[in-house]
Design a protein around this ligand. Structure first.
Ligand SMILES: Nc1ncnc2c1ncn2[C@@H]1O[C@H](COP(=O)(O)OP(=O)(O)OP(=O)(O)O)[C@@H](O)[C@H]1O
Ligand SMILES: [Mg+2]
Length: 140
């Protein structure tokens, strides 16, 4: 799998902007990577590029799901970190967001991999022990 080198936060933002051009309502984008990898940085850049103009884009760590109006779409930003398992996540009604007009962005999707749609776009972000600002991104 090809990896993209993101040498700075700005490079991560630029990648997210490019991806935004390929995304349509009904798509789910899942973001994997350890704590502090850059999932939320990526999610916020994606949301901005999809037309979200809200001043604040709070992390959904506590609210679990934050929703926004985008350009010709609605956006659900989720963080499953604090959730335990598939049952708990399903009870939140997350599947309702897996179709148009929603574009859904999920951090910590590994909490419930079995409920993710088969055509979800998987983005994995890896840090580099040698370089504080470098991230290696793979998409599948
Ligand atoms: N190339 C890069 N791309 C993205 N973020 C970077 C990069 N270099 C440094 N950073 C920094 O890494 C941090 C990423 O934080 P972020 O909240 O996005 O992580 P996260 O993956 O969402 O973590 P969590 O699992 O805790 O939600 C930010 O402080 C950001 O400035
Ligand atoms: Mg985060």
């Amino acid at each position: 799998m090809a990896q993209t080198r993101l040498e700075s936060e700005a490079a991560t933002v630029a990648y997210a902007r490019k991806l935004a051009k390929q995304i349509r309502p009904g798509q789910v984008i899942v973001l994997s990577g350890e704590l502090g990898a850059g999932k939320s940085v990526f999610a916020r850049a994606l949301m901005r590029a999809l037309g979200v103009t809200d001043e604040a884009l709070p992390s959904p760590t506590f609210a679990l799901i934050q929703t926004y109006d985008g350009r010709d779409c609605q956006i659900a930003h989720m963080d499953w970190y604090r959730l335990d398992d598939t049952g708990e996540i399903e009870m939140l009604g997350v599947r309702d967001y897996f179709e148009a007009p929603w574009i859904t962005i999920i951090e910590w999707p590994e909490r419930a991999p079995s409920i993710l749609p088969h055509d979800a776009i998987h983005i994995e972000i890896k840090t580099d022990p040698e370089d504080f600002e470098l991230r290696l991104l793979s998409r599948s």
